[in-house]
Design a binder for this molecule. Structure first.
Ligand SMILES: [Mn+2]
Length: 192
């Protein structure tokens, strides 16, 4: 079973998270940041994972620690749940349009952490700073040990930009974690 539970407590956030890679989009997400909850729900639904996540963060400061630490916890759980990666598809890429916006994401579950995030997002949606989209992607890729390339092919409304990026990442995860063989998909024989 590719399931992992993480508890992570710091002076800035207190997180409980359970992730099932082979789920059906079931979710219970509460971070205290409405727009971020919306993005994590999209990520869950479109990836086909199950995710329960409760975070109590220092929102009196801002949403930065909450978003970053949820990315860390999700990345840790994802890496642990993926295990030895035997048989996974590993590579994925998706293009997702969202009204006037369009996002491209490529994913390699390589074991190496690298985020190439091509756009500078700014401004706010609700109490969510758009620059936190990149922070989340970076925290996730760093801790999951994966390579993510993300680019908005067409920009527009901030809500749509974030949504297109999260949906494209979700679909890449759906494709990348799929078990399609009995081999580790690497000429080195390992993706650890
Ligand atoms: Mn929306």
């Amino acid at each position: 079973m590719r399931i992992e539970t993480i508890k992570r407590t710091t002076r800035e956030t207190d997180i409980s998270l359970t992730l099932n890679l082979d789920g059906s989009g079931r979710r219970g997400i509460q971070t205290g940041v409405g727009f971020f909850d919306h993005m994590l729900e999209l990520l869950t639904v479109h990836s086909g994972m199950d995710l329960t996540l409760a975070c109590r963060g220092d929102l009196q400061v801002d949403a930065h620690h909450t978003v970053e630490d949820c990315g860390i916890a999700l990345g840790d759980a994802f890496k642990a749940a993926l295990g030895d990666k035997v048989g996974i598809a590993r590579f994925a890429n998706r293009v997702v349009s969202m009204d006037e916006c369009c996002a491209l994401v490529a994913l390699d579950l390589s074991g190496r952490a690298y985020l190439a995030f091509e756009d500078r997002l700014d401004g706010r949606v609700g109490n969510f700073d758009m620059e936190l989209v990149e922070e989340f992607f970076r925290a996730f890729s760093t801790r999951a040990g994966c390579n993510i390339y993300a680019k908005l092919l067409r920009r527009g409304n901030r809500h749509h930009e974030a949504e297109a990026l999260f949906k494209a990442l979700a679909l890449c995860i759906r494709d990348g974690v799929k078990v399609i063989s009995t081999q580790v998909p690497s000429s080195k024989g390992t993706l650890s």
